[in-house]
Design a protein around this ligand. Structure first.
Ligand code: ADP
Length: 175
């Protein structure tokens, strides 16, 4: 089941919220900062413990890592790193799709039945909102379509849009 919620992702009592993180995974601006503020210092400590794959990189672009949610109402935080948008011709669509796919796979591996996504890459990273939303919807639909009807119905995937106009983009795509 796919839902759209307009509001602050840090308030959602779901199994997992997805963080639009950066590669070093130690907090930042936008939704990342809001999640770290709400989850508390333990989230920072947990992120520090995620092994670096190379210096300064805990999570390469397009991949995902999971931690506990600590003070958040969500049980887990799935950290994924969206692409910085240049012109759409530098692998950005594939990288953004991988964020959704890998986050959903990690949620499934950890038994999550509900997951909420922010609009990854569409803030500081500059991905055009509508293009990003199309990729998000396509990947979530593919993920749910691969499940049997009952499991797909029981799995709740939320697009959590901070801005009303972002929610409107998803409403249009899902209608
Ligand atoms: P990125 O660096 O991946 O572009 P940003 O955090 O700058 O990440 O923006 C991603 C999206 O998250 C934007 O659409 C922004 O409006 C949204 N956002 C910011 N704060 C929150 C929040 N507390 N809850 C949900 N979405 C948020």
């Amino acid at each position: 089941m796919i839902k759209i919620i307009q509001g602050d992702i840090t308030t959602l009592a779901v199994d997992a919220i997805v963080n639009a993180a950066n590669q070093v995974m130690l907090g930042g601006g936008g939704v990342d900062g809001a999640i770290h503020d709400a989850a508390g210092d333990e989230l920072y400590e947990a992120c520090l413990k995620v092994p670096e794959v190379r210096p300064g990189v805990r999570c390469p672009t397009g991949e995902a890592r999971i931690t506990s949610g600590f003070k958040l109402p969500a049980k887990f935080v799935i950290h994924t790193v969206g692409p910085v948008y240049r012109d759409g011709l530098h692998g950005e669509p594939e990288k953004l799709a991988a964020c959704y796919r890998n986050s959903l796979a990690l949620a499934a591996e950890n038994g999550c039945k509900s997951i909420a996504f922010p609009c990854i890459s569409t803030g500081i990273y500059g991905y055009p909102k509508e293009d990003a939303a199309k990729i998000a919807v396509r990947e979530v639909r593919k993920f749910l379509a691969a499940k049997n009807a009952k499991d797909a119905e029981e799995m709740e995937v939320i697009f959590c849009c901070f801005a009303e106009r972002d929610a409107a983009v998803y409403e249009k795509l899902l209608s």
